[in-house]
Design a protein around this ligand. Sequence first.
Ligand SMILES: Nc1ncnc2c1ncn2[C@@H]1O[C@H](COP(=O)(O)OP(=O)(O)OP(=O)(O)O)[C@@H](O)[C@H]1O
Length: 367
Amino acid sequence: MADTPSSRLCLDVDQRLGQFHLQAALDLPGHGVTGIFGTSGSGKTSVLRVIAGLERPSRGRFTLGDKTLLDTQRRRFVPPHRRRIGVVFQEARLFPHYSVRRNLTYGIPHGVKAQAISHFDDTVELLGISALLDRMPGTLSGGEARRVAIGRALLSDPQLLLMDEPLTGLDGARKAELLQYILRLTQQVEIPVIYVSHDPDEITTIADHLVLMRAGRVEASDRLPALLQRFDLTQALSGFDATSILEGCVSACDPDYHLIRVALDQDHHLTLPGVLHEGSRVRLRIRARDIAIALTPLKGTSYRNQLPATIDAITTLPESPHTVELRLRLGAHRLRSRLTKQAFDELALAEGQEIVALIRSVAVNAL
Ligand SMILES: Nc1ncnc2c1ncn2[C@@H]1O[C@H](COP(=O)(O)OP(=O)(O)OP(=O)(O)O)[C@@H](O)[C@H]1O
């Protein structure tokens, strides 16, 4: 989707909260999902609260598209209820004495009722909550209540949706189910979403752009695939297990073996387990430790994927001296690979060298 300067989200704030000092500057795309990741206490929720207008910083400016919602120099502060920003918190925060239907329609602003009512059925369908409309919040499961809370935020006709750890407290299966709902939603709604999480799996499933927070500051902010390739952030991204994200399109299916062929570009293809239709867009998550290196193509091997690549960069990890990490270049794509130092020395690998990246099909997650 096109991203013009007039649709971006720009934030530059300075705020003290007790001992904590938030000094965050961000320039984010006006579409897609931005993940905010960082350790506990790094300031993720504080950033969301400033964006939502729930905190009033001592100094700062915040613009959403062409609207200035905060500008302390000009004494401008648009209050939360006039920002058109939907917020979904860790807990559902539904009104216990209202039905699900009433909770959903509660946030619909006056004056946009007719238009919002036409969104109602679509939203209810998208979130799978049509059977719950006459229930009371106390009778809902944790996952159902979160879906209703997301529906309520969407029906308030927001220009931006903020989600603060929306999966917290759910068990594994409910978490995966709600994540799939959120993923579908973010692919269908046309507003930008900011998604706070400290779970790398959630972030790599859902985010297009990633912001790394550390001690109240923005340590890095970039498109997710690019940011995950940065060796200098290895420590901050350690929970991501040196994962690479690739995006491609299903170009063929083998129904007998339940395999799909994914084209990354004209010259690079991967064979993976899956039953997706030809033409489907897929996001692939590949861990550095699942990629091996050969100097020439192998014969008689179980590796389904042998991709020609160039070694773009090499680094060692001070915390694990037995390991060497490579960044590989496959056309416009980048891929991390982790080897033992012994294998690296034996193969005498060097930057700029052409090699073959070996990737086991079953090690790749197609999302
Ligand atoms: N009103 C407040 N008064 C004093 N300190 C505060 C206030 N609000 C937040 N803090 C502190 O600011 C820091 C950042 O909090 P914040 O909730 O933004 O972190 P977070 O990255 O979202 O953490 P978590 O992952 O644990 O939710 C914390 O140390 C917190 O205790």
